[in-house]
Ligand binder design. Structure first.
Ligand SMILES: [Cu+2]
Length: 154
């Protein structure tokens, strides 16, 4: 009888460990926990090209989904070399207008070009702080037309 109770206790402990293991793993994965959404709109108003907002703020260790939302009938891009050196990219996701997945891209990303009236989701975790990090649209003439801004990582 006593041996059976000990066996049951061991079995319950082992089962709990199996059930809890994935949860513990998820808690340790900074890129998946408590993801915050940041929307960066790209567009043109009265001939002035813009990033809205023109100042993005992030915190190290916090997971983000950056939605690059191009509302213009022309393509734009986000180039921020100082930023990509300070983040971990989990993935970039592209969906069609019905929300069905078109592509999921994994690995380090340097720049993202977004087609006319499309959006791209960039999942990142900033790992190093930085101030006055420049972001621009590097397409010809776009920076000069107003498409630039700053990024701060606290
Ligand atoms: Cu542009």
């Amino acid at each position: 009888m006593r041996i059976q109770i000990v066996k049951i206790k061991k079995l319950v402990t082992a089962s709990l460990a199996l059930i809890l293991a994935p949860m513990v793993y998820a808690e340790g994965d900074l890129s998946r926990a408590n993801v915050q959404t940041v929307v960066l709109e790209m567009g043109t108003t009265d001939g002035q090209m813009y990033f809205k907002p023109d100042h993005l703020k992030f915190k190290t260790g916090q997971a983000y989904k950056i939605v690059l939302k191009n509302v213009d009938p022309i393509k734009h891009e986000l180039e921020a070399h100082g930023f990509v050196e300070k983040i971990f990219t989990r993935k970039v996701e592209i969906a069609d207008d019905k929300g069905a997945l078109v592509a999921e891209i994994k690995g380090n990303i340097r720049e993202i070009e977004v087609g006319p009236r499309t959006q791209v989701e960039w999942f990142v975790v900033p790992v190093q702080s930085g101030a006055d990090i420049e972001m621009v649209c590097a397409l010809e003439g776009h920076k000069e037309a107003g498409m630039h801004g700053l990024i701060t990582i606290e």
